[in-house]
Each structure stands twice: as structure tokens, then as C-alpha cells.
Write a protein that binds this ligand. Structure first.
Ligand code: MN
Length: 201
């Protein structure tokens, strides 16, 4: 009880996703942006612990919103690092149950990539494109998350995410989000996404 979040280590070197994501871009994204969400989620818990100890009231509307945003940021970033791999290891195409599920839910891999890319490029402001799995319907689904927590479907298991906040790509691609989304397909860790799906089906 009473534990806190920690910034997870990335399984590859900061420079290894280049040229699709540069070393500087990935370093700042992980050590500054992701760290901030971890710190802010933990600070919210510290505030709760202190209020519990003192027996004082909390503004629960603000508190739960703060938690939702920062925990959402932490969890999505943690999956994001893992669902990428250096070019050569990542990219190519999915296999296993994932390949079948993509065909069943979207018709073909090409069609899925097009739909996922459009989900990513059309996020208003800051957010994420997310591939989910719903056990209720045995279907893969697309989810477009605004910020880190808006439009989240609570029933869905998250399989793969793409961060399209400007902080994810601005150093490398400036305002060209579409170029970043295109580059993402070269570094998708399909094996990891397939393993996540296997945990849920
Ligand atoms: Mn981010």
C-alpha cells in the first residue's frame, strides 16, 4: 500500500529509433515529459495521504481529474516506449493472432494502417491514436484519445499507442505531424503488440 509510480526504463537506446525519432527528441520526451506525469501523479497521492492524515477535505473533482490526466499520461507513455523498436527489429508487418485480428476487424493491414494513421493525424490539439481490443465483441477497435484521458473507452484493452502531442515530434518534424505518423510504421514493435493481444484473448 502507498506505493508510487516510477519512470520505466526504455528497452533500447535513445538514439536507436533514429532517423524516425532522433536521440534528442526521445531523450527529452522520456526524461522530461514522461517524468513530469509520473511526478504529478505521485504528488497527487502525496496530497491525498496528507489530507487523509489531517482529516481535511479534498476538491475531489479537481483531484480525480488531475489523477486521470497524469496516470493516463504515465500509462500511455509506458506502452508507447514498448510498442516501438529500432528499425530492423520494428516495422515490417504483424504476425500471429494479431495479423488475423487485424484482417478480421479492418479487412487488411493496409486498411488498418490507413485508419490508424488518420485517427492519429486528426486528433484535435494534443492526444493519442490507440489500438484496443474489446473482449465483449472479440474485435480490435480504434480509440482517439484527447490529452491523455478524454474519450477513453473503459472496456478496452490497450494494445498499441501513438503519441501525437507536439512534444512527441516537434524537434524532428516541426508542424508536420503526418510525416511523423508515416515514420512510426518503420518502428512499430509488432511482436510486443501481438503479445499484449495474447494476454487478453
Ligand atoms: Mn508524450
Amino acid at each position: 500500500m502507498g506505493g508510487f509510480y516510477e519512470l520505466p526504463k526504455i528497452r533500447y537506446g535513445y538514439g536507436e529509433l533514429a532517423p524516425h525519432i532522433s536521440e534528442l527528441q526521445l531523450t527529452i520526451h522520456h526524461t522530461k515529459h514522461h517524468q513530469t506525469y509520473v511526478d504529478n501523479a505521485n504528488n497527487a497521492f502525496k496530497k491525498l495521504d496528507a489530507a487523509n492524515k489531517e482529516g481535511t477535505d479534498l476538491d475531489l473533482k479537481a483531484f480525480t481529474k488531475e489523477l486521470s490526466f497524469n496516470i493516463g499520461g504515465h500509462v500511455l507513455h509506458s506502452i508507447f516506449w514498448d510498442n516501438m523498436a529500432p528499425p530492423g527489429k520494428g516495422g515490417d508487418k504483424p504476425g500471429g493472432v494479431l495479423a488475423d485480428a487485424i484482417d478480421k476487424s479492418f479487412g487488411s493491414l493496409e486498411r488498418f494502417k490507413k485508419l490508424f494513421s488518420t485517427t492519429a493525424t486528426s486528433v484535435e490539439g494534443s492526444g493519442w491514436a490507440v489500438l484496443t481490443y474489446s473482449p465483449d465483441t472479440d474485435r480490435l477497435m480504434l480509440m482517439q484519445v484527447e490529452k491523455h484521458n478524454v474519450n477513453v473507452m473503459p472496456i478496452s484493452a490497450i494494445l498499441m499507442v501513438l503519441d501525437v502531442w507536439e512534444h512527441a515530434y516537434y524537434l524532428d518534424y516541426k508542424n508536420l505531424r503526418g510525416k511523423f505518423v508515416e515514420a512510426f510504421w518503420n518502428i512499430v514493435n509488432w511482436d510486443y503488440v501481438n503479445e499484449r493481444l495474447k494476454d487478453f484473448i
